[in-house]
Design a protein around this ligand. Structure first.
Ligand SMILES: [Zn+2]
Length: 279
């Protein structure tokens, strides 16, 4: 009798929904441009606004909110349904002058090149990998003065343009750029029309980092990098008016704010001109 009762109890426990054993946990700011890392019991299905979100074998997932994200989203994790209130932000207006006429008014050949390059970028950013490298957290790829922030409305030579999605860090040409988190290199191009030397690192689950205007690319497509590995050198290539690192991040189609992941900029250091050890 006791054995039968125990068996019944064990069966009952086994039937409990997995999420009851580990409640949904969310870490990160619920704000436009924010990235949130979630944890659920392994095997719990997760959707955001009805679209399936990849969950790792350990129950880790990531979601992100675009610059102009609507105010509410619905997150469902197993039986747990939550309305997420996304805080709106106001964005700066930034006027950039001195962009070369060639860049402002691309020729027909330039436009073909731009389309080819965009296809490469789209393919790299479409990588949907089961690695949860983002769960390790993020550090600044370089230290220095922040000269441009996420989301600002840009005017190039007085012409309104798309918002700026990156965080710009002023640094001299040749300064070392390091991987902000582990990942896989999905694009390594020395000279794209708009972004010049460009590297994209995939951090898993469709969260990626892009590094623009590089003078030197020191990684190859398919290469695994760890946080802090040297990946490139700062430059002023493509549509840039001076040397700086432009770091952008995306989750699926949402452009997210790297600064929210990296946190406060560490105190200024002497420019990092590491030579050896570049991979
Ligand atoms: Zn920039």
């Amino acid at each position: 009798m006791i054995t039968r009762l125990l068996t019944a109890l064990v069966c009952l426990l086994a039937l409990l929904p997995a999420a009851a054993l580990r409640a949904l946990e969310l870490q990160g700011p619920l704000v436009q441009g924010g990235v949130v890392v979630g944890r659920v019991a392994p095997g719990t299905p997760v959707t955001l606004d009805g679209r399936r979100v990849r969950v790792s074998g350990e129950g880790v997932f990531v979601i992100g909110f675009d610059r102009d994200s609507p105010a509410t989203h619905t997150l469902v994790a197993g039986p747990d349904k939550r309305a997420l209130a996304i805080k709106p932000r106001t964005y700066d207006i930034q006027k950039v002058t001195g962009i070369a006429q060639r860049i402002m008014e691309p020729t027909k050949a330039d436009l073909e090149r731009i389309a080819r390059e965009q296809a490469l970028i789209d393919r790299a950013r479409a990588t949907d990998d089961a690695r949860a490298d983002f769960a390790a957290g993020f550090r600044w790829p370089i230290t220095g003065r922040i000269s441009g922030v996420y989301g600002s409305q840009r005017y190039y030579n007085g012409v309104p343009s798309r918002p700026h999605y990156g965080v710009d860090v002023a640094a001299p040409v040749g300064a070392t750029v390091r991987a902000p988190a582990p990942g896989l290199v999905t694009l390594a191009e020395p000279d794209l029309f708009y972004s010049g030397g460009t590297v994209i690192i995939d951090h898993g689950h469709r969260l990626s980092s892009s590094f623009l205007h590089l003078s030197k690319v020191l990684v190859k497509v398919g290469q695994r990098v760890e946080a802090g590995d040297v990946i490139a050198q700062v430059g002023a290539t493509g549509r840039a008016t001076g040397p700086h690192l432009d770091w952008r991040m995306a989750w699926k189609d949402a452009r997210v704010d790297p600064q929210l992941l990296a946190g406060p900029m560490p105190p200024a250091q002497a420019p990092d001109h590491a030579t050896g050890g570049a991979k």
